[in-house]
Write a protein that binds this ligand. Sequence first.
Ligand code: SF4
Length: 467
Amino acid sequence: MTDTLETPVLEDGGAPEGGAAPKRLFIKTYGCQMNVYDSERMADVLRPLGYAPTDTPEGADFVILNTCHIREKAAEKVYSELGKLRQMKDEKAAAGQGGMTIAVAGCVAQAEGEEIMKRQPAVDLVVGPQAYHQLPELLTRTARARGERIGADFAPNEKFDALPATRGTEGVTAFLTVQEGCDKFCTFCVVPYTRGAEWSRPVAAVLDEARALADRGVREITLLGQNVNAYDGEGPDGKPFTLAKLAYALADIPGIERIRYTTSHPNDMSDDLIAAHGDLDALMPYLHLPVQSGSDRILRLMNRKHGRQKYFDLIDRIREARPDMALSGDFIVGFPGETDRDFEDTMDLVRRVNYASAFSFMYSPRPGTPAATMAVQVPDDVAKTRLHALQALLTEQQVAFNQSLAGRVLPVLFEKKGRHGAQAIGRSPYLQSVHVGDADHLIGRSVPIEIISGQQNSLTGRLIQTN
Ligand code: SF4
């Protein structure tokens, strides 16, 4: 999961036919990379209607809040943002500058659509994640009468078939959604309720989109899915295709040099996927594999459907296949009923696995999930103390991992200019940002770089060749 991202999604919002001035589209994206991807697709589908992206809501003709339900107080944040937008909308109308259509999209829209329409009259449209391809039609209908709400009435394939592929993508890295939804029903999580059942895009559609990305200069693709390693798409012969097979097929596309995928569930780390990490160079040695807790008792209460030993065994097998694999995870502390002993089990698991990076959060109840009604909630101050201890350990491991790379030569894929002179910033195979001086002529290329030092969140390197 990422923090809020404001999304100036496209670089070339073309003017509408007939030469009229482009209409301004502002999309604010909350939450995970899948939402970032969806925002780009929404901008793409609106482009033919003359909407060009803008990076501020002031004066925008169409504002979309693409919401996320994972974080604490997600709905409250949306309502607070809507309050500000309502004021802007009123001011714009009062100044005679035309209307502002306001839409709420994403998981909060899916979960609380009717409530949103009731509580905030400035909202014109609520649209759930499976209906983004309907935005042009919905907009037209909204212009006639406020109050459209489209939820999960569409199958995911209808959405993907109808959305234009990756037109707004720029740069050398791109996300590509291959799977949506989740059947796991972890007791703390809203995703199975907001995104629906697991569904995989057909292989041909994924490969077409990847080829289009490669043609635009993309060299690294991150495959997205709520349970991406549960990918089970229909192959060319109509038979099921695993994520490992998909990775091999993607690696054959000229131009695609790097493949990543996120987020994975331990129970879906299949043998062929682990083996692929051992013999497919394009599959990067970085794996985000959330475990959430190191306590068997808490894992059971979370309905994670595996224990700590199974996770350890899995990590051993992955490291056997790919010894330099950098591991990342997600942790929740203060889950209902978590004792000091349970928390110690989490600390012990972290020490044993040794993460290169990780995300950790304090548990907060999500309405409608089983954990929200569990009897023994952990007091905030206890959870906070545990979170600090866990984060200190994870930071120590992350710094140690980054520093351990000093002196190594790593392939760095350069993505953009840095802040200082001709500095450029790229990514290592382990996903850290790498800052290199006099390298801006290398943007778009993967080049061996000598790592000089490792900091908490990035590496510093220098060129060992300049051609
Ligand atoms: S696996 Fe669990 S945490 Fe992940 S999306 Fe599914 S229900 Fe949520």
